[in-house]
Ligand binder design. Structure first.
Ligand SMILES: [Fe+2]
Ligand SMILES: [Fe+2]
Length: 283
């Protein structure tokens, strides 16, 4: 057995970028089972075999979602009272307070050309380096106006499992998925749907006279641009030979499924669960 060399160390370092935090402990098995379960719920997929097929399949998926009924969104926009809205804001606070921070782990997994569109998205997520404009700061302003705590630890104690799934999905995509294509598909899907999805929040803020609506309205504006960067990300990954169209499509569907569950369950919790509601006011 030869002694390892600096070359061996370098090659191992490069390889580890692709799975920096992979372990075989019980918590990783829990994560694998959870992701496998959610993937199995996606039903029969006809996986795209090329970039063009991927883009067409993602577009068709979004069109189908936009045809489907949106009872929870309609309720949030037109009827949800302020107390319930606070619970809804609570359920996405762990995401809002840590927004996009796990994306840093994806960047080195991509070829340089594909890092550029993701980096441009991240520059916006982090307010071009100005914390006052970082998306997390917009969430904090919303929490302030609603008289809610701004400590992450507070929300870790009160959000539901489906809200954690939304956050944990991005950890899996960024750190454990065996291919960055899953992340690219998931992110592109979400950036594409958010401008219309967040309309229900924007309307609710207007109806409830909430001034700190920028978290939602800024996303409605900027995610239109991020959706274009997402397409560029997929194109650059394809051009550099690292795109797996089937995995990117699976990532898009997984993000759609887990986001939909998180949103519906948060709305249901806001409407029905009084004891968790106390969490928003108690602390
Ligand atoms: Fe954002
Ligand atoms: Fe975005």
């Amino acid at each position: 057995m030869h002694r390892p060399t600096q070359l061996n160390l370098y090659l191992t370092n490069r390889a580890r970028l692709q799975a920096p935090w992979s372990q075989r402990g019980a918590i990783d098995a829990f994560e694998r089972d959870w992701i496998a379960q959610r993937m199995s719920e996606l039903g029969e997929l006809s996986p795209p075999g090329s970039l063009a097929e991927l883009k067409a399949a993602m577009k068709a998926q979004i069109e189908a979602e936009q045809q489907a009924p949106h009872d929870s969104e309609t309720y949030v926009a037109n009827h949800m009272p302020l107390g319930e809205f606070r619970t809804l804001v609570q359920e996405f606070a762990v995401d809002g307070l840590t927004e996009a921070q796990v994306f840093y782990y994806v960047l080195p997994r991509l070829p340089l050309e594909a890092q550029m569109p993701l980096l441009r998205i991240m520059i916006d997520e982090f307010g071009s380096g100005n914390i006052k404009r970082a998306h997390t700061t917009l969430y904090i302003k919303l929490l302030h106006e609603l008289g809610m705590p701004t400590a992450l630890a507070h929300y870790q104690e009160c959000i539901g499992p489906s809200s954690f799934e939304f956050v944990n999905l991005f950890f899996w995509l960024a750190l454990r998925a065996d291919d960055a294509s899953y992340f690219a598909g998931a992110l592109t899907h979400l950036e594409t749907v958010i401008p219309s999805f967040f309309e229900c929040y924007a309307v609710a803020c207007q109806r409830l006279n909430i001034q700190a609506h920028a978290y939602y309205t800024e996303h409605q504006h900027i995610d239109g641009f991020h959706a274009i960067e997402g397409q560029r990300l997929l194109t650059a990954m394809n051009a550099t030979g690292v795109l797996d169209p089937a995995k990117a499509y699976c990532g898009a569907l997984l993000a759609s499924h887990i986001t939909d569950r998180a949103f519906r369950e948060a709305v249901a919790k806001a409407r029905h669960a009084t004891e968790q509601h106390a969490c928003t006011t108690g602390g």
